[in-house]
Design a protein around this ligand. Sequence first.
Ligand code: AHR
Length: 659
Amino acid sequence: MKIGKLSLLLAAALASTSALAQTYTLDIDLKKPGAPIQETMYGIFFEDINYAADGGLYAELVKNRSFEFPADPLQGWKAFGKVEVREDGPFARNPHYVRLQDPGHPHKWTGLDNEGFFGIGVRKGETYRFSVWARVPGGGCSTLRVELVNTASMGENHFLCQEELAVSGREWKKYQLLLSPDTTLEKSALRIFLTGERTPVDLEHVSLFPADTWMGHENGLRKDLAQALADLKPGIFRFPGGCIVEGTDLATRYNWKNSVGPVENRPLNENRWEYTFPHRFYPDYYQSYGLGFFEFFQLSEEIGAEPLPILSCGLACQFQNENPAAHCPVDELQPFIQDALDLIEFANGPADSPWGAVRASMGHPEPFGMKFLGIGNEQWDSLYPEHLEPFLKAIRAAHPEIKVVGSSGPDSEGKQFDYLWPEMKRLKADLVDEHFYRPYDWFLSQGARYDNYDRKGPKVFAGEYACHARGRKYNHAYASLLEAAFMTGLERNADVVHMATYAPLFAHVEGWQWRPDLIWYDNLRSFRTVSWHVQQLYGQFRGRNTLTLKMAGANVTGAEGQGGLFASAVLDGDKVYVKVVNTSEEARTVNLNFTGLKKKAFLKGAGGMRLVCDQLYEDNTLDQPHRIEPAAFAFEGEGKQLEAGVPALSFSIFVLERQ
Ligand code: AHR
């Protein structure tokens, strides 16, 4: 027989053997628990991109509430009658305000409409808190009528509700009233009329919030969106970005000190996502800083996650600046370093320290207990270590208890990554932030990414990642499945990977710059994507220790011969969670084979959760928010070996109890 024929026969024999050998045995060693899985392992990355803050999580419904948008102080407003913009207002860092005056004829009107963020979404039966700083410049009293209106209405009235507000005296004071619309409307507008005697009145910081915010805070967050964060059971909460940490120029970097204290006096900042993509340009995208560092720390606490602020290292966005003059020279970094030291005091200092007192004045005398701080986002070249080093020295000297997160640049591998990792080791960063927005084949090939990482160096923070399919850069179930597959490798390597956060987090359906994202919304509704469910399953079944899981002696990383399977296992007290991701288009049978058990010990199946992603290119939507979700499945039986089916294109978590 010729060699060619023999090899053909052999190949056929092997193929038929593997066709018969449908059971993939996963050996799970229970002899002793492996590395602890950090509580910070799975978490949240927040950045104000895609209208994630103003127009999103931050529940303020009025756009340009302080009349500070630089191109036009009345951007977002429609003024009618006699409205004058003035700039000697009561809040030094937001000096503009408006003066409403008699229009000059009893049948004419003076006032303003605010368009909100893609409209103002309101619900019948809910209450909205309108507030405004006001004064009567000539003394005496003035009356305002405040309405929520539907200017597209075919009904008799435009207004959904209306109330009157009496303003009195020459002093600036804060006034409030409650509005209760009689209709649910995604795109209403706020209307303010000067009425009564039409006595001139000055208005500043015009605000409207739902009364029912997350945890009832007045300067609060949208409840459904904050709940979607809490439901992830996150262990770490990174804020405020992303690229906005760096700024297109240093002047417009996220400046945490401007984001604390009374909201009326937090100055407006530019948002780089306004103009970063000219094909999705949003000329009205600014940061009010209403959702600022106090609110971020408070939210971290309320959702049970460790706060992880990221600060500028004195480098403006390197994608946007080739001129070295854009950056702060190393020998002039002191103000930036002081910002970092002051932030530690703001978060952790006693209530009578200068920055601790600011925190206390905002309602949180107890320290927030911050443990981690990131310096720099996607930085590169020698510029980055040169800038990072003085921060590290100063933070180490004053606060050795703080763990500092450095960066490995914008790429998952390559020149900068290979340069920066050794630099981070040299500088002894505690964690290194890695970013990867990568296609299918990258995710399929990276199951073993961390298996050979140096165990003695800094720990890994997979700080931004998402599967971005070529030609399908939108949320879809197959991409989420590959994220789940990749995450088995994070979990298996929990001794070196201490944090992981999908990015970006939020997107308004009418205001996005970047896809895919974890949670989408319009003004009234929101939905959780399939990727959200993947993250949630990992958060819920995090476990406390890793367990060794192998297939024929090898880690299960989707390698050749492993049937497209990725798998990992963890221990949670007496429970074992086995995660199996089947990326193939065929159902598989797995044999969960537990080793290292005492003679009489065994495992008992206690059900499981499964996410089937066979609607490959579909996802949940505003209209069908529950289309693709995990479901519980029955998983029973007992013994040292348990067999189970794994559907094609699915992510299963098997729960077992040690007996
Ligand atoms: O998540 C969107 C952007 O991606 C982040 O701002 C940046 O860090 C990365 O390039």
